[in-house]
Design a protein around this ligand. Structure first.
Ligand SMILES: C[S@@+](CC[C@H](N)C(=O)[O-])C[C@H]1O[C@@H](n2cnc3c(N)ncnc32)[C@H](O)[C@@H]1O
Length: 216
C-alpha cells in the first residue's frame, strides 16, 4: 500500500486491467436484474431530456458501451490509465478519460445522469460522502444517479486478483441503508433500492437516486 487509496487503486487496476476486462466482458448478459436497473436508469436519462452521462470508475467500459446501446450519451472516467486504454481499444467510438472521481470538475457539466457501477467498492468510508456530494454538482436537478456495490458489512484487504495478479486495495461491503443515508446527506432523493442475491454469500445492491436542486 502507498498510504494513498487513490494511488493504490490506480496502480492495482493498472496491473489487472487486461485480465479484468477479459473476466467482465460478457458478465452483464447473465444478470437480468442488473440489466433491468440499467434499463430503468437509461429510461430516466432519456425522459429527463438526455445529455451526457458519466460512468465514473468505468473500468474497461463494457457498461458505458451497454448504456450507449440503450441510447444514452455515456462516456467513461477511470483512475487507471491502463483501464482507460483497454476501454478505448475495445470501444473505439466512445469517449474515455483518465481521472479520479474525487475531482468534482472532472465530469464536466451539466450531466443528464451519473453511474458508479462497483467503483465505490474500493473507496474508504470516510471519502464516500464527499465523492457523492461531488457527483451531485454537475448533475442537472432531477437527473438520475445509479450506484451498484457489494452489499453487507466490513472491509477486507485484497492482495491479488483476476488470475493471481498483485493488488494492494481494500474491498468494502456496505449496508444499502447506510449508502442511502449518505446520498440524502449529499442532497439526493433516493427513489429505489434493489437487493440482489440476498440468499447468497455475496449479495449486491443497486440504488437509484435523483439530484436535488443546487444548494444556494
Ligand atoms: C471493481 S472495478 C469496476 C469497474 C466497472 N465499473 C465495472 O463495473 O466492471 C472498480 C473501478 O473503479 C476504478 N476506480 C477506483 N478508484 C477510482 C477513483 N478514485 N476514480 C476513478 N476510478 C476509480 C478502478 O480503476 C476500477 O476500474
Amino acid at each position: 500500500m502507498t498510504g494513498d487509496w487513490i494511488d493504490d487503486n490506480r496502480i492495482s487496476y493498472d496491473t489487472v486491467a487486461e485480465a479484468y476486462a477479459e473476466q467482465v466482458r460478457d458478465a452483464l448478459a447473465g444478470q437480468p436484474h442488473l440489466l433491468a436497473a440499467l434499463a430503468v436508469f437509461a429510461e430516466a436519462v432519456r425522459a429527463g431530456g438526455g445529455g451526457p452521462v458519466a460512468d465514473m470508475g468505468c473500468g474497461p467500459g463494457h457498461v458505458t458501451a451497454h448504456l450507449r446501446g440503450l441510447g444514452v450519451d455515456a462516456f467513461g472516467v477511470d483512475v487507471s490509465p491502463a483501464m482507460v486504454g483497454v476501454a478505448r481499444r475495445d470501444h473505439p467510438g466512445l469517449r474515455f478519460e483518465a481521472g479520479s472521481m474525487t475531482d468534482p470538475q472532472l465530469a464536466g457539466a451539466p450531466l443528464g445522469g451519473l453511474l458508479s457501477w462497483w467503483s465505490l467498492v474500493n473507496v474508504p468510508d470516510d471519502a464516500v460522502p464527499g465523492i457523492l456530494a461531488g457527483f451531485g454538482r454537475p448533475l442537472r436537478p432531477g437527473a438520475p444517479l445509479l450506484l451498484g456495490f457489494h452489499a453487507g458489512e466490513g472491509a477486507r484487504p485484497k492482495t491479488e486478483g483476476y488470475g493471481g495478479h498483485p493488488m494492494q486495495i481494500h474491498v468494502y461491503r456496505r449496508v444499502p441503508e447506510r449508502v442511502a443515508g449518505w446520498l440524502r446527506g449529499a442532497g439526493f432523493a433516493v427513489e429505489a433500492q434493489w437487493l440482489l442475491d440476498p440468499d447468497e454469500q455475496r449479495p449486491s445492491a443497486v440504488l437509484f437516486a435523483r439530484a436535488a436542486a443546487p444548494r444556494p
